[in-house]
Design a protein around this ligand. Structure first.
Ligand SMILES: CC(C)(COP(=O)(O)OP(=O)(O)OC[C@H]1O[C@@H](n2cnc3c(N)ncnc32)[C@H](O)[C@@H]1OP(=O)(O)O)[C@@H](O)C(=O)NCCC(=O)NCCS
Length: 328
């Protein structure tokens, strides 16, 4: 059975920026409150004519160019998102077409903030099955489309962005090491978008009731995220006979700086072992992990041979952790 390794990374954040000071003019909040409670300074927001597939294609093209391959070389395209261009066709179909990935198959993967980790897990297993040589995993979300900019409890948190990683077969001991993913639907009510699906289709009433926006019980999500981020990282490391000191870098989902530091502290990780870039992007849902990976590389904090732990908790609830040996 072949292994799977990450061979390229592409990222894209739309040029528009919404700062905390901009938000001060929109809702009852302050730069100080947002920074202290979340760690966020600004987030990127897509222009009105831009949709998730546009962000995804930009990130995907960069990854393909980095590896010097064409869309036709891809066997599968997985788009992790909770903000598809439309319910169907899938955003994966739209992206596949624009990349010219003729002959590839693919699908959208809905796991909210754990989406990219579930995509990596799925992509790695497609490669390891021996049936796929090149799988492109994309995390892309245009959260600004489903955020209520009159709700200060959610609108300060989210931003738009995309990232893509190319997965290819690996030699023994390279790349993918393992995963621990878990869903817990009992937490579904704490973070959701109630309308727009088959339970509550779009009606004048659903729109008037602002039900097509993210609704969240922030305190409940916060508590669960801190606990599960720690427990799942710990359990995955235990499973592989590793300890936190073996980890070169924890690349966590960026939902709240306090969630990351609390989990890292419980794991006993030093500041050098974690990457935080929530200040510049906010929570871009499925895109946070590749965007943070990009920053780690740019800062010289991620090198070939490093042991990387990816971890996320998201709506659902969904929990995901992956261990990889970084290979380029
Ligand atoms: C949303 C979150 C930042 C709120 O921070 P918190 O410290 O838990 O704050 P609380 O929810 O306890 O609210 C404290 C007060 O601040 C207020 N508040 C909420 N948002 C505010 C804002 N943007 N500006 C100013 N005050 C705000 C609340 O209304 C509340 O006021 P009250 O005590 O008068 O009712 C935090 O709960 C969080 O990050 N939760 C996880 C969210 C998340 O990560 N979601 C995505 C998961 S992938």
């Amino acid at each position: 059975m072949p292994g799977a390794k990450i061979t390229a990374l592409g990222c894209y954040a739309p040029p528009g920026v919404l700062t905390n000071h901009d938000l001060e003019k929109m809702v009852e909040t302050s730069n100080e409150w947002i920074l202290e409670r979340t760690g966020i300074l600004e987030r990127h927001i897509a222009a009105p004519e831009i949709a998730t597939s546009d962000l995804a294609v930009e990130a995907a093209r960069e990854a393909l160019a980095q590896r010097g391959i064409a869309g036709t070389d891809l066997d599968a395209v997985i788009v992790c998102t909770v903000t598809p261009d439309m319910l169907f066709p899938s955003t994966a179909c739209l992206v596949q077409d624009r990349l010219g990935a003729k002959g590839a198959w693919g699908f959208d993967l809905v796991a909210a903030c754990s989406g990219f980790i579930y995509g990596l897990t799925t992509g790695a297993h497609l490669i390891m099955s021996g049936t796929h040589k090149k799988v492109l995993v994309i995390g892309a979300d245009t959260m600004s489309r489903i955020i209520d900019y009159t709700d200060r409890g959610t609108c300060v948190l989210f931003g738009d962005g995309a990232g893509a990683m190319l997965l290819e077969p690996a030699e023994d001991g390279e790349g993918f090491i393992g995963f621990l993913n878990e869903i817990d639907g009992s937490g579904g009510d704490y973070l959701k978008m109630p309308a727009g699906g088959s339970r509550m289709p779009a009606t004048c009433e659903s729109v008037a009731g602002r039900m097509h926006y993210v609704k969240q019980d922030g305190a409940q999500v916060f508590k669960y995220a801190v606990r599960k981020m720690y427990e799942s990282c710990r359990a995955l490391l235990d499973l592989h006979g590793l300890s936190p000191k073996d980890v070169s870098l924890l690349i966590p989902h960026q939902a709240n700086r306090r969630i990351i530091t609390a989990a890292a502290e419980r794991l006993g990780l030093s500041c050098e072992q974690i990457i935080i870039n929530i200040d510049r992007y906010g929570n871009t849902t499925a895109a946070t992990i590749p965007l943070a990976t990009r920053d780690a590389i740019d800062q010289g904090r991620l090198k070939k041979g490093d042991l990387v732990l990816f971890a996320a908790v998201g709506a659902g609830f969904t929990v995901g952790t992956n261990l990889w040996r970084w290979e380029y």
